[in-house]
Ligand binder design. Structure first.
Ligand code: F6P
Length: 546
């Protein structure tokens, strides 16, 4: 069944939210907290090792009821079933969207066009497991008989960001293998990344769903040339493996058919870390930890599929995001993890969120008449506090922010962790309460700041507060909790796409630049500049020294 086609702005709930917004746009969260003693009790979800507190939002019971009504009118319940059941919801590409099947248990049955895909998924998983164990244990060796020490993942977009983010996030669980990632077609990036590697002990994982991506193929060729400066052609089979749906192209490249880890067209690139694209993750942290990641994601899938909307974490977070995006006019959201390990989470989610929901045509083929796709950005706290938090606290823009923190640190350094977490709690409290004139004046009194100086400084020192935040307090960063966290955001993307009535799983918007780059490359190679706008012509002439 296709996703239903309904303009959200024409629903009764949307109309209700519009009217409700006029009551809420100046509502004070501080006052609501004072009036409702059970507010935090009411607006939080405790699930597994996660506490999701969304009470610091500009909402009341009516907001939640209207947002839930919007989800119902948009047919969310049925859409969730279509998603998990493998229906062809990626309609513009004629595909199912089944990254959830990759983390389902072996005895599940998930059908694509009538065929259960679970046996195939588990056959690839078993192949990955055996391969990882052989590389990690050193039983599988390089062309001179030495065990592998380094793994280089070559891929871009979903074939890079997911593995790179998870390897960084799970560094604590890493084994002895050194892992590097090459993505950009920038030759300096490749050369820097190959520096210091020993071809005898380096394994290359070429990850590309299509195996036609210019960046990845160019980097893979450069890596192979580098390898062949010391090794022979027949040694390539021992050092190069590929993850792809395009078996023909991989073998044409010269990679042994046994060294191919297949994936399927029903796995979107930006949701592919759970597939064989996760091979580099499994090599870095071992297959059991990779499996833990999948298990955590599956737990979140079950929660999303079965929990009532008012206790459903991805649904609640998606609806809150719509509330700010479509009614308050917020353009971006920040994501601030209070652990250095999650430093790549925001860049990873930028692809997930912005490639999925950066669409302006509705499922009916007409331009949408409302905002879609939030801009997502962020850096770990406390670094970000010393960089861009000023704008979140006192700037003119509304930036709903997710704070992600952990109760237990991984190395157990209590002094550091208590300092880190006190900042975590303080920031969302400061964003909620701000600082009033009376508080600033009391501070001035204490500091002995008086007279004209006090009058002058007063407005600059006041914080308006009332800035919305969600707080994720998670027990510990483990493969399982990371899996759940990533799956949570994946489902949030899905919910928003359903309600915005857009297709979240295609990415036609990245094609034009690729096409133009190919024709400009021909012009650069031949030196013959064709017809362009004046600006592009000037730039090309300067580049070519004409
Ligand atoms: O940038 C577009 C895109 O198609 C992404 O969606 C994808 O993750 C990336 O390119 C890489 O594609 P591939 O894995 O086919 O090389």
């Amino acid at each position: 069944m296709a996703l239903q086609n309904i303009n959200p702005s024409g629903t009764a709930a949307w109309q209700g939210l519009r009217e409700h917004f006029s009551e809420m746009q100046y509502a004070s969260m501080k006052e609501m907290f004072a009036a409702e003693k059970n507010r935090a009790e009411k607006f939080h979800i405790q699930w597994n090792d996660f506490l999701i507190d969304y009470s610091k939002n500009i909402i009341n019971d009516k907001t939640i009821a209207l947002l839930q009504g919007l989800a119902k009118e948009a047919g969310l319940k049925g859409a969730i079933e279509s998603y998990f059941e493998g229906e062809s919801i990626n309609r513009t590409e004629g595909r199912a969207v089944l990254h959830t099947a990759l983390r389902a248990p072996e005895n599940a049955s998930v059908k694509v066009e009538g065929v259960n895909v679970m046996p195939e998924i588990y056959s690839v998983k078993n192949k990955m497991k055996q391969f990882c164990e052989a590389i990690i244990s050193g039983s599988k060796k390089g062309y001179t008989g030495k065990a592998f020490t380094d793994v280089v993942n070559i891929g871009i977009g979903g074939s890079d960001l997911g593995p790179a983010m998870v390897v960084e996030s799970l560094k604590f669980y890493k084994n002895h293998l050194n892992v590097r990632f090459i993505s950009n077609v920038d030759g300096d990036h490749v050369m820097e990344s190959l520096k210091g590697l020993d071809p005898e002990t380096t394994l290359f994982v070429i990850a590309s769903k299509t195996f036609t991506t210019q960046e990845t193929l160019t980097n893979a060729e450069t890596a192979r040339d580098w390898f062949l400066t010391t090794a022979k052609q027949e040694d390539v089979a021992k050092h190069f493996v590929a993850v792809s749906t395009n078996i023909q192209k991989v073998t044409q490249f010269g990679i042994d058919e046994n060294n191919i880890f297949p994936m399927w067209d029903w796995v979107g690139g930006r949701f592919s870390l759970w597939s064989a694209v996760g091979l580099t993750i499994a090599l870095a942290v071992g297959f059991d930890n990779f499996d833990g990641l999948l298990k955590g994601a599956h737990d979140m899938d079950e929660h999303f599929r079965t929990a009532d909307f008012d206790k459903n974490i991805p649904v609640v977070l998606a609806l809150l995001s719509i509330w700010y995006n479509n009614f308050f006019g917020a353009e971006s959201e920040a994501l601030i993890p209070y652990t250095q390990y999650l430093q790549k989470l925001a860049p990873y989610l930028q692809q997930g969120i912005m490639e999925s929901n950066g669409k302006s045509v509705g499922r009916d083929g007409n331009p949408v008449n409302y905002q879609t796709g939030t801009i997502i950005w962020g850096e770990p706290g406390t670094n970000s506090q010393h960089a861009f938090f000023q704008l979140i606290h006192q700037g003119t823009k509304l930036i709903p922010t997710d704070f992600i923190g952990f109760i237990e640190p991984l190395y157990g350094n209590k002094d550091h962790h208590d300092k880190l977490m006190s900042n975590f709690f303080a920031q969302s409290e400061a964003l909620l309460n701000g600082k009033t004139e009376a508080q600033v004046k009391a501070e001035f009194d204490k500091q002995g700041v008086t007279g004209e100086k006090a009058d002058y400084l007063l407005p600059f020192k006041v914080f308006a507060g009332n800035k919305p935040t969600n707080t994720f307090l998670i027990k510990k960063l483990t493969p399982e909790t990371l899996g759940s966290l990533v799956a949570l955001y994946e489902h949030k993307i899905f919910v928003q796409g359903v309600i915005w009535n857009i297709f979240s799983y295609d990415q036609w918007g990245v094609e034009l630049g690729k096409q133009l780059a190919n024709s400009i490359l021909d012009e650069i190679n031949t030196g013959e500049i064709k017809q362009h706008d004046g600006s592009t012509t000037l730039l090309l002439k300067t580049f070519l020294g004409k």
